[in-house]
Write a protein that binds this ligand. Structure first.
Ligand code: HEC
Length: 146
């Protein structure tokens, strides 16, 4: 009985690997417009790269375990949902009001510790207080430049 269940679980696991493979992998992160307009310093760029672009741009740097279902389903869902709310690669298509609003949301989410998502911080390391301050200062300045 146990053996049959284990075989069934193994079969489901193997079949699951064939689904949910659509990846967020543009050749580049397509951030030219966003960077030209919001002028992040090197430090800010490094924070965004390490903590935000995986879910908020057209290119995710996938860790090896992102290829294994069901983890892949879960990660792809976060990326899809994150991009729906905010995609820095799509900055050129946001109007000024939306850009300001997104930067305002960014300040709020980072201040309240909601971004990056906890599950992401557990795997990639926590955002530090200093990193938060640097991000918020840059976002305020960028917001006021519109
Ligand atoms: C693991 C994926 C992931 C990472 C990494 C991540 N986010 Fe998000 N982000 C999401 C998801 C999913 C949502 C939508 C659901 C929610 O608000 O919780 C979201 C929503 C947001 C929103 C709200 C946008 C709106 O107007 O609704 C902002 C702003 C944001 N993220 C900024 C950031 C910043 C800044 C970072 C880096 C410090 C970051 N995120 C890192 C997944 C992520």
């Amino acid at each position: 009985m146990i053996k049959k269940i284990l075989i069934a679980v193994a079969v489901v696991f193997v079949i699951a690997q064939f689904f949910g493979r659509e990846k967020n992998e543009a050749p580049t992160r397509e951030l030219e417009v966003f960077i030209t307009e919001t002028t992040p310093s090197k430090e800010v760029s490094n924070i965004l790269s390490a903590k935000c672009y995986d879910c908020h741009s057209n290119k995710t740097e996938y860790p090896w375990y992102a290829n294994v279902a069901p983890v892949s389903y879960w990660i792809n869902h976060h990326v899809e949902e994150g991009k729906e709310h905010l995609n820095f690669s799509d900055w050129a298509n946001y109007n000024t009001k939306r850009k300001k609003h997104k930067l305002d949301e960014l300040i709020e989410e980072v201040e309240e510790g909601k971004m990056p998502l906890d599950s992401y911080e557990n795997l990639h390391g926590d955002i530090t207080e200093l990193e938060k301050e640097v991000l918020i200062a840059w976002a305020k300045k960028a917001m006021n430049s519109y």
